[in-house]
Design a protein around this ligand. Structure first.
Ligand code: PMP
Length: 394
């Protein structure tokens, strides 16, 4: 017996046999706009978080190349030591300015940002209260922090209130929600959540806006879209989606950012975001500011797809670029994925538990054309004929 037994018992090949063909870890090549080469054919990628299409933008790529030429491929150390560059500081300053928050701190990725912030600010005796669909990085961070973990029913403000009221009055509490939920694409009811949080002066609110920043309110995110940007205590964003890079940032009042900057393990004990990644995020941020129509475009495109799918009978809702199509089980999910790929040259995202219930996660981009929208709707029309239960409006 050993800790390896679970690995020996796990049979990835069985997944493939059951589902006919193994769909995970496809090798993608030569991305261009909303397309990518897979198995030697150019396909439409409708599973990406590259919401503004900037990951292949000439200017963003050039910024990354220039940064490599100036700073090398790695800074080979933590920012607090000898791993910082002017790019990191510029990115923080411009991000704080754009999002209208006092200060920002850039981490190596979004996952680390949530981990670094929550583990550093919360500990035994505190309460971390999460929406049940909060991102995995938030759940893990809350567990690692040693704080008491409480979860409330998704987007249910009365349930949040009840959970908070059940915490000791004299304990510190952190409420964490996603601005946009990555699997369903729905938004948190932030104004109502804030109203509840403000009932108790010991509650702070953190919003993970990985999928809302760079999309809503001309890029300023979900809280700005809902008119409550000033009310968020800790705003988390990632660069791995709209901002065409990797990395993440926390925005908050200056003293909190300064504290995290000097104490968060996920900041101090890991290498800084690479120069190329930092420059790409900075270039993307500048483009978002200069060209807000990109944000408007992705929202218009995703609305058109959503309406098209709804008219076909699919149960789609929400208002973000994320349009999930629920599939019910693994075999339908994988068959539907292959059907889209083989017959329509369309690559969709496959989602399975524990990430969320079985679905094709589709998400759109400012790089999509009107013809792409038609092609996607037509492809789903065909899919709905083959798998009629997909069209059962839920
Ligand atoms: N938060 C949310 C809501 C996410 O969807 C993700 C990643 N998909 C993360 C955090 C982690 O971000 P990253 O991939 O940039 O590390």
């Amino acid at each position: 017996m050993s800790i390896f037994d679970k690995a020996y018992a796990f049979d990835a090949a069985e997944l493939a046999r059951r589902a006919n063909t193994y769909p995970y870890y496809p090798q993608l090549d030569h991305p261009e706009g909303a397309t990518v080469v897979f198995e030697e054919r150019r396909r439409l990628n409708i599973g990406s978080n590259n919401y503004l299409g900037l990951a292949t933008d000439r200017r963003v790529k050039q910024a990354a190349i220039d940064a490599v030429n100036r700073f090398g491929t790695s800074v080979s150390g933590a920012r607090v030591g000898l791993g910082n560059t002017p790019l990191h500081d510029e990115l923080e300053a411009e991000l704080a300015d754009f999002l209208n928050m006092p200060a920002a701190l850039v981490f190596g990725n979004g996952f680390d940002t949530n981990l670094g912030v929550i583990v550093t600010l919360c500990g035994p005796g505190d309460y971390v209260v999460l929406d049940e669909l909060a991102h995995r990085s938030i759940v893990d961070a809350a567990k690692f922090s040693g704080a008491e973990l409480r979860r409330f029913k998704h987007n249910d403000v009365a349930a949040l209130r009840a959970k908070l009221e059940a915490c000791p009055r004299d304990a510190d509490k952190l409420v964490v929600v996603d601005g946009v939920y990555s699997m369903d694409g729905d938004l948190a009811p932030l104004p109502d959540i804030i109203e509840i949080c403000r009932l108790d002066p010991r509650v702070k609110l953190m919003v993970d806006d990985a999928h809302g920043a760079g999309v809503f309110a001309d890029g300023r995110g979900t809280a700005a879209h809902l008119g409550v940007a000033d009310e968020v205590d800790l705003l988390m964003v990632t660069f791995s989606k709209s901002f065409a890079s990797r990395g993440g940032a926390i925005l908050a009042e200056a003293s909190v950012v300064d504290y995290l900057k000097h104490t968060a393990a996920a900041m101090l004990f890991t290498v800084a975001l690479s120069p190329a990644d930092t420059a790409a995020a900075l270039a993307a941020l500048r483009i978002v500011r200069a060209e807000p129509w990109l944000c408007q475009s992705v929202l218009a495109t995703s609305s058109r797809v959503r309406e098209g799918l709804f008219d076909l009978g699919f149960a789609v809702g929400g208002e973000s670029p994320i349009v999930p199509v629920l599939t019910g089980d693994q075999s339908t999910t994988v068959s539907a994925y292959w059907e889209l790929l083989r017959h329509h040259d369309i690559l969709a995202g496959i989602i399975a538990p524990p990430a969320a219930s079985y679905r094709l996660r589709t998400s759109y981009s400012a790089a999509n054309s009107a013809a792409d929208v038609e092609r996607v709707v037509e492809a789903f029309g065909g899919l709905g004929q083959r798998f009629p239960h997909l069209r059962a409006k839920r």
